[in-house]
Ligand binder design. Structure first.
Ligand code: G
Ligand code: G
Ligand code: MN
Ligand code: NA
Length: 260
């Protein structure tokens, strides 16, 4: 059988898994403010597959929206299952959020908004608890109706995050025109910290985002030096192996900073 026909059946056979990676506020002390849901396929023969092994196929064959909508329901159910007490972050008392990645096909899928509403209601979660990340920034310029959909989602109270910021088709000009609450600085920029040129770049992005009232999350933080450079630059949030690897148990995400 082809990987494609297996993928069609995988959702029905409950072979999809979510791993969660902590998103950390760089305050003193640091604290976990949420988690990004990252899909995996627990394939019966091939074992645990990363998104790179099946997402391109899912996108080509029109299955990616089904996957993303499943992720939405599962991630919000997992968040709700943590319970109220466990989801309050150590400082500030702000409840944890969960971030879900959406392909461009999902953004224009008519089921998206009804699914978001239903999943929030079913799990008795306020919309502020959900962040939607746009995986393919190209969609934002290519597909008609995407901006309107983002505006509608935001009106519901859901936060919109621009993923992989600074790469591919994303441009600074978009920050002014797109309904966006957060940008995630791509890990290729973090990787070159604390190199002077990268520090300047990150500082520039942060200054611009602050003026536009947009939160900045730095991705891919792997070293203490990178983390120090981000603090120095005034970056408010970060994610990366140094702060916490993706893990199958959502609950363990909340312990990420406790162990630091
Ligand atoms: O987990 P990993 O770093 O291997 O993820 C690789 C890529 O897959 C990332 O760019 C991420 O945005 C994307 N991805 C992870 N989970 C999902 C998902 O549920 N839906 C979509 N559309 N993309 C995802
Ligand atoms: O594109 P997106 O931001 O959704 O991608 C998230 C991906 O980045 C996941 O596959 C996750 O496993 C990976 N990731 C998370 N933290 C790190 C890190 O510190 N270094 C690297 N190289 N990858 C990371
Ligand atoms: Mn992401
Ligand atoms: Na990213």
């Amino acid at each position: 059988t082809s990987l494609h026909s297996e993928l069609v059946e995988a959702l029905g056979r409950a072979e999809m898994r979510l791993h969660y990676q902590p998103v950390v506020a760089l305050s003193s002390p640091d604290r976990v403010v949420g988690a990004e849901a990252l899909i995996r396929w627990d394939h019966p023969r091939l074992g645990l597959l990363a998104p790179a092994a099946f997402l391109p196929l899912a996108e080509e064959t029109g299955l990616v929206a089904d996957l993303d909508l499943w992720v939405l329901g599962k991630a919000l159910a997992d968040l709700a299952a943590l319970g109220d007490a466990a989801t309050l972050t150590a400082a500030g008392g702000v409840p944890l959020h969960v971030a879900v990645n959406l392909a461009s096909a999902t953004l224009v899928d008519p089921r998206l908004i009804p699914t978001v509403r239903a999943a929030l209601n079913r799990n008795r979660l306020r919309p502020e608890r959900l962040v939607l990340e746009n995986v393919e920034s190209r969609a934002l310029i290519d597909l008609p109706g995407v901006v309107e959909r983002l505006i509608e989602l935001r009106r519901l109270g859901v936060s919109i995050s621009l993923d992989d910021f600074g790469t591919g088709f994303s441009t600074l000009a978009w920050l002014n025109t797109l309904p966006v609450d957060q940008i995630k600085i791509d890990r290729t920029f973090t990787a070159n910290l604390p190199e002077a040129a990268s520090v300047a770049l990150v500082e520039g992005i942060i200054a611009l985002a602050q003026k536009l009232d947009i939160d900045v999350v730095a991705e891919g933080v792997e070293t203490e030096d990178q983390l120090a450079a981000l603090r120095e630059a005034g970056c408010a949030f970060a994610q990366g192996y140094l702060l916490g690897r993706p893990t199958p148990a959502f609950a363990s995400v909340t312990q990420a900073t406790v162990s630091r």
